[in-house]
Design a protein around this ligand. Structure first.
Ligand code: ISL
Ligand code: CA
Length: 556
């Protein structure tokens, strides 16, 4: 049989290093902190670590503004630390991928400094610079962090495009020299042994020539004016295929395994890319991306992250069922509910603390037992929830701070509470000490939630914890190929609050049932012969407890 790509069977774990573990007491998480906590990942059973940015950066956007792609950020540690972390992952049979932010660089990057000094020189064409006058914006495009997507450079007498913060200036991918630089950076890190990259907003790299104004209506609907001119630009497919060839392919003789796969994994973060376009970007035969992150499942249809609403899991089910029916056999999706840009899923669905553990398990089961590659975000495995930020001063994220500043009353936090990215950025809770074992100093962002029982140390001890449930599911996936690679068949899809599906492979067959509600749910009668492997509630044959999960192995 064909051996599937390793990343199809893998479980990934995302670390936001600034908030994971601080090893030297300066209050900022670092690489040594990650090294010190690798046992946690091994115990969980994950296969690949993804580190959010660790490269040199002035940290206007916590490392998503890179000033040197070949240097480690001072706060994160040293080159030796990253080499040691790569080796330590590989020794444990784990892979490691890094985060590459190449739609834009920091304005502190040497390329941008050179571009400013001499906009007509070679580096001027590394960026999206436009001649003009200080009062006349080149077009109506908006920045994701609010305001126009352009800044005037008075020294260079040019406008510079920045789809994100002013310090995150967009690269000009139409310049072959820029594409060469990016491929070289990837090759340089592959030579150090990493197993691939997650590519930040990679579907934004090709902008429509002439940079025309965005349609006002589309801009308003999509929140960001101009988006239709770059979210799936004219050369996107060509640039990705080229980057795969020139950057992600390992030269010379290679073997399979951590640090040496012939092609390193290429995961695109691709906001706004739906199912069909996603298939074009990841189709097995197309040699572009391997996997992508779309965000369609993270909010209910018609809602945005900023809306204060209760997320309905029935909508998630409907979207997953519909997506499955639109995929071909060569398609493979990624599954995630959280990352460093989004609030915690448990809080969105049901903030009732009595349901926290059961719901945490339900979300784990839907993720890890569905068809696709799972990405667990740090803290998800201990059922982390949103924070009760007390005031405007307790936020740190640039997006939240900018949004606050734009409000009529900048002190009112109502408009940012639902969606702030800081919910996911408060530090990891390792134990129940004052700073939760994250730091011996003062954490760079505070803890604003006081529940007990939801730390790694406590959950390790408790056989019924969410943490141990994650471990069990990952272990079951490891033992049973059908749970990793099996086909999916949804069962009774019309039944509200009931989510059930079969996984099948080579005659091995499983049934998963999840109660999507916080109430007891009548359980439809099933006459198959089963062995129930897991039940997170009472296991009553007639009904499911709130958010109960059952996993059955079909016999005969
Ligand atoms: O959080 C969002 C802003 O509303 C998302 O739209 C997010 O900006 C988008 O998914 C891109 O995110 C990535 O690139 C950003 C960075 O701030 C995010 O942390 C990163 O995940 C710019 O580099
Ligand atoms: Ca530190």
């Amino acid at each position: 049989p064909v051996v599937p790509h390793w990343w199809k069977e893998a479980v990934f774990y995302q670390v936001y290093p600034r908030s994971f573990a601080d090893s030297n007491g300066d209050g900022v998480g670092d690489l040594r902190g990650v090294i010190n906590h690798l046992d946690h990942l091994t115990e969980l059973g994950v296969d690949c670590l993804w580190l959010s940015p660790i490269f040199a950066s002035p940290n206007e956007d916590n490392g998503y503004d890179i000033s040197d792609y070949r240097a480690v950020m001072t706060e994160m540690g040293t080159q030796e630390d990253i080499d040691e972390l790569i080796a330590a992952c590989h020794e444990r049979g784990m892979r490691i991928i890094l985060d590459l932010v190449v739609n834009h660089t920091s304005d502190q990057h040497a390329w941008f400094r050179a571009a400013r000094k001499d906009p007509d020189g070679p580096y001027g064409s590394y960026y999206m610079l436009r001649r003009g006058e200080p009062e006349l914006l080149p077009n109506n495009w908006g920045s994701y962090f609010y305001g126009p997507a352009w800044r005037w450079l008075d020294d260079a007498k040019r406008w510079a495009l920045h789809l994100f913060a002013p310090g995150q200036v967009d690269l000009n991918w139409d310049n072959p020299a820029v594409r060469r630089e990016v491929a070289d950076i990837v090759q340089w890190w592959l030579a150090r042994g990493i197993d691939g990259f997650r590519l930040d907003v990679i579907n934004f790299i090709s902008k429509r020539p002439g940079l025309p104004d965005g349609n006002e209506l589309v801009g308003r609907l999509m929140q960001y004016p101009g988006v239709e001119h770059y979210f799936h630009g004219p050369n996107l497919h060509r640039y990705l295929a080229e980057l795969r060839r020139e950057g992600f392919t390992r030269p010379g003789d290679t073997t399979e395994g951590p640090g040496c796969d012939p092609v390193a994994v290429m995961i695109g973060e691709t906001p706004g890319i739906g199912v069909e376009t996603g298939r074009l970007l990841t189709g097995e035969d197309r040699q572009e991306l391997d996997l992508l992150f779309g965000f369609d499942l993270l909010d209910n249809p018609g809602k945005t992250r900023w809306d204060d609403y209760r997320y309905d899991l029935n909508e998630l089910k409907a979207q997953m069922v519909s997506r499955e029916s639109r995929l071909g056999s060569g398609d493979w999706v990624s599954l995630f509910w959280e990352n460093h840009d989004n609030p915690r899923m448990i809080s969105k669905v049901d903030a009732d603390p009595r349901h926290r553990t059961a719901l945490g398990k339900a979300l784990a089961a839907i993720q890890l037992l569905s068809r696709g590659t799972s990405f667990i975000y740090q803290g998800q495995e201990i059922a982390a929830v949103n924070q009760a930020f007390p005031d405007a001063a307790s936020f740190r994220d640039i997006e939240t701070l900018n949004r606050l500043a734009l409000q009529q009353d900048p002190e009112s936090i109502d408009g940012v509470m639902a969606g702030s990215r800081d919910h996911a950025r408060t530090p990891m809770r390792w134990d129940d000490s004052a700073s939760h074992g994250f730091t011996t100093g003062t954490p760079w962002i505070g803890f604003h939630e006081q529940s007990t029982g939801y730390t790694v140390a406590e959950q390790r001890q408790d056989p019924n914890s969410v943490l141990n449930f994650y471990r069990r599911l990952i272990e079951l996936r490891r033992q049973h190929r059908a749970l990793r690679l099996g086909d999916v068949h949804y069962v009774d899809a019309h039944r509200r609050d009931y989510f059930a599906w079969r996984r099948e492979l080579d005659g091995d067959s499983w049934l998963i049932e999840v109660n999507l509600s916080g109430r007891h749910l009548h359980r439809p009668h099933r006459d198959e012969l089963v062995r129930t492997v897991l039940a997170t509630g009472s296991g009553d044959p007639a009904r499911l407890d709130p958010y109960e999960v059952r996993l059955h192995h079909l016999l005969g």
